[in-house]
Design a protein around this ligand. Sequence first.
Ligand code: HEC
Length: 98
Amino acid sequence: MKNKNISNIMTMSIGLFLITACTQKPAAIAGTKTFTAEYLAQGKTIFENSCGKCHDLPNPMDHTSIQWVGIMNSMAPKAKLDDAQHQIVYDYVVSVKN
Ligand code: HEC
């Protein structure tokens, strides 16, 4: 019984760690991830529909993948993106650069 509780806590900690790693450090893992064409196409669509409303569509080349983390943190709320859309647009933008 005692051991079971410990392993539950460990599972939860690992889960939390993964969530934190995914949401807070997209730049660090972007280079090692590969995405499906469908996923990136979806990111492109959201980007083109949401990011050219207030200004010209930004050029992914104009900023580093690290800078894009900060840009997306300030622009995703402006574009009313949810967390999943935020991530997919970020992944698309960085994929264009590679
Ligand atoms: C509601 C209006 C609005 C929407 C939607 C919007 N932006 Fe912006 N964006 C701004 C404004 C205003 C600025 C300039 C002031 C600032 O940097 O906050 C800006 C600036 C920028 C810059 C220049 C930042 C810099 O440091 O030079 C980039 C890049 C950018 N936006 C990307 C995006 C992306 C990507 C999206 C879609 C997720 C997006 N924006 C959606 C209003 C918007």
